[in-house]
Ligand binder design. Structure first.
Ligand code: NDP
Ligand code: 2IT
Length: 447
C-alpha cells in the first residue's frame, strides 16, 4: 500500500470505530494528513503501529452526575474523562462544562491536547473531560453542588502523578475551587498538584488566568516578527469574551494593537474606539452578564444579535470562543478584508475549508494546538510550583511563558521547514508534537 493509502486506511478505521464523533474525526484527519513525511523518516513508527495506537485513548470514564437545584429538583448530567496518552507525563488537560459536550468533543480535545502538551516541552500527557451541564444562569450553590457530584466520581482516576485536570469552557476559578475542595474532602489530602487553575491563595500560579490569551498573543507576535512586523497600530478582532478572549485583548492592547470587536454566543459588539476591557471584565468576570450590556456603558458601540464577527475588517483575528467558528466563507472574507494573521486561542476554531483558505492565501496562521499552548504550559508551571511548594512572582512566570511560546513557535516553523512545507505551521505543529510522543511510546514498549 502506498503511504497516503496506509494513512487513509487508518483514518477510515478511526471513523468506523468512533461512529458519530465528527469533531474527533476532524482532529484526527488533520494530524494524520501531516504525518506522511514523518513515516518516511521513521519507519519504526509504522512498524510499532504508533499512529493506530495514538488514535485510541488509553482509558475513558463515563459517569452519572446527579445534583439538586435550589428548588430541590433533581437533575442528571453526564460526565466523562478521556485519558488519551501518558507517554510524556501524567494525563493533563481541562474540563469543559457546556450543553454541547458529548464524547466526540472530549475526544477531539483530548487528542489535540497530546500534541499541544508535547509542544510545550513540559512533561505532560494528554487528556480532557467535561459534562453537558450548563453553568449559565445557575446560582453559585447549584454550581457547587454540581462540581461536588462531578468530583465524587472523578477523584478515583486523578492525582498529581496520574491525571491533572484544569479549566476550559464553563470551568474557571470558581469551578476549580469547588472541584478541589471536594477532592480534598474525599481523599483527606491537600494535594495541590491534582488540579491547576487554582486560586492564588491556595496553591494557584501567577499568570495562569492570563496565560492562554497572553500566550496566544506572544505566538502571533512571533509570527508577525518573522515578517518584520508587530502589533503597533493593528486592528484586532477577538471572538468570545471568556477567559481566553479577555486576556488576549489585554496583551494585544499592551503591545500596541486595538481590539475593535468581541462576542458571546448571543451576538457581537463593535466599538471602533477600541473595546473597553474593564467593562468586559466587569460584565463577564464579575457580573456574569451578556455582551450586549456593553452598550449600556458605551453608547457609541454597536451590538448585532447573532452577528458574524468575521465580517468585520481587521488586520489580526483571534478566534477564541469554540470549535469550527470560522468557516471557509468566513476565512475568505477575512482574507479579502486584509487580515494578515490569525491566532487560534480556541481549540480547532477553523473548519478544514477555512484552514485551506488561510494556508493558500499565505497569511500568518497559528493553529490552536500551538498558539493556545500557553494555558496548559502555565498549568505545567503551576504543577512545578506545587511539587516544590513554591510560589513564583508574576514577572518571572510571564517571562517563562514568553520563552515557552517562542520555543513552540520555533519548533513548529523548524519542523515545517525540515519536512518540506516551510511556513506551514499546521504541518509543523502536528509533526513536532507527534515525533516526541511517538519516540517516548516506542521507548516504553508495547503499552
Ligand atoms: P470561557 O467559558 O471562559 O468562554 C467561552 C467564550 O466563548 C464565551 O464568550 C462563550 O459565550 C463563547 N462560546 C463558547 N461556546 C460557544 C458556542 N458553542 N458558540 C458560540 N460561542 C461560544 O472559555 P475559555 O475562554 O476558557 O475557552 C475558549 C476557547 O479556548 C475554547 O475553545 C477552549 O477549549 C480554548 N482554550 C482554553 C484554554 C484555557 O486555559 N481556558 C486553553 C486553551 C484553549 P457564551 O458565554 O455566550 O457561552
Ligand atoms: O485546551 C487547553 O489546553 C486547556 N483548556 C487548558 C488545559 C490545562 O490543563 O491547563
Amino acid at each position: 500500500m502506498a503511504l497516503t493509502e496506509k494513512i487513509e486506511a487508518i483514518y477510515q478505521e478511526v471513523v468506523k470505530r468512533n461512529p458519530g464523533e465528527a469533531e474527533f474525526h476532524q482532529a484526527v484527519k488533520e494530524v494524520l494528513d501531516s504525518l506522511g513525511p514523518v513515516l518516511v523518516k521513521y519507519p519504526e513508527f509504522t512498524e510499532a503501529k504508533i499512529i493506530r495506537r495514538v488514535c485510541e485513548p488509553e482509558r475513558q470514564l463515563i459517569f452519572r452526575v446527579p445534583w439538586q437545584d435550589d428548588n430541590g429538583e433533581v437533575h442528571i448530567n453526564r460526565g466523562c474523562r478521556v485519558q488519551f496518552n501518558s507517554a510524556l507525563g501524567p494525563y493533563k488537560g481541562g474540563l469543559r462544562f457546556h450543553p454541547s459536550v458529548y464524547l466526540g468533543i472530549i475526544k477531539f480535545l483530548g487528542f489535540e491536547q497530546i500534541f499541544k502538551n508535547s509542544l510545550t516541552g513540559l512533561p505532560m500527557g494528554g487528556a480532557k473531560g467535561g459534562s453537558d451541564f450548563d453553568p449559565k444562569g445557575k446560582s453559585d450553590n447549584e454550581v457547587m453542588r454540581f462540581c461536588q457530584s462531578f468530583m465524587t466520581e472523578l477523584w478515583r482516576i486523578i492525582g498529581e502523578h496520574t491525571d491533572v485536570p484544569a479549566g476550559d469552557i464553563g470551568v474557571g476559578g470558581r469551578e476549580i475551587g469547588y472541584l478541589f475542595g471536594q477532592y480534598k474532602r474525599l481523599t483527606n489530602k491537600f494535594e495541590a498538584g491534582v488540579i491547576t487553575g487554582k486560586g492564588l491563595i491556595y496553591g494557584g500560579a501567577q499568570v495562569r488566568t492570563e496565560a492562554t490569551g497572553y500566550g496566544c498573543t506572544y505566538f502571533v507576535n512571533e509570527m508577525l516578527a518573522s515578517r518584520g512586523d508587530g502589533f503597533k497600530g493593528k486592528k484586532v478582532v477577538v471572538s468570545g469574551s471568556g477567559n481566553v478572549a479577555i486576556y488576549t485583548h489585554e496583551k494585544v492592547t499592551q503591545l500596541g494593537g486595538k481590539v475593535i470587536a468581541m462576542s458571546d454566543s448571543n451576538g457581537v459588539i463593535f466599538d471602533k474606539t477600541g473595546v473597553n476591557l474593564e467593562t468586559i471584565k466587569l460584565l463577564k468576570e464579575v457580573q456574569r452578564r451578556r455582551i450586549k450590556d456593553y452598550c449600556e456603558y458605551h453608547k457609541n458601540a454597536q451590538y448585532t444579535p447573532n452577528g458574524n464577527i468575521w465580517d468585520i475588517p481587521c488586520d489580526v483575528a483571534f478566534p477564541s470562543a469554540t470549535e469550527n467558528e470560522i468557516t471557509g466563507k468566513d476565512a475568505k472574507k477575512l482574507v479579502k478584508n486584509g487580515c494578515i494573521a490569525v491566532g487560534e486561542g480556541a481549540n480547532m476554531p477553523t473548519t478544514p475549508e477555512g484552514v485551506h483558505v488561510f494556508l493558500n492565501a499565505g497569511i500568518l496562521y497559528g493553529p490552536g494546538k500551538a498558539a493556545n499552548a500557553g494555558g496548559v504550559a502555565t498549568s505545567g508551571l503551576e504543577m512545578q510550583q506545587n511539587a516544590g511548594r513554591e510560589a513564583w512572582g508574576f514577572e518571572e512566570t510571564d517571562i517563562k511563558l514568553q520563552q515557552i511560546m517562542r520555543n513552540v513557535y520555533l519548533q513548529c516553523s523548524e519542523a515545517a521547514e525540515e519536512f518540506g512545507s516551510p511556513g506551514n505551521l499546521v504541518i509543523g505543529a502536528n509533526i513536532a508534537g507527534f515525533i516526541k510522543v511517538a519516540r517516548a511510546m516506542i521507548a516504553q514498549g508495547l503499552v
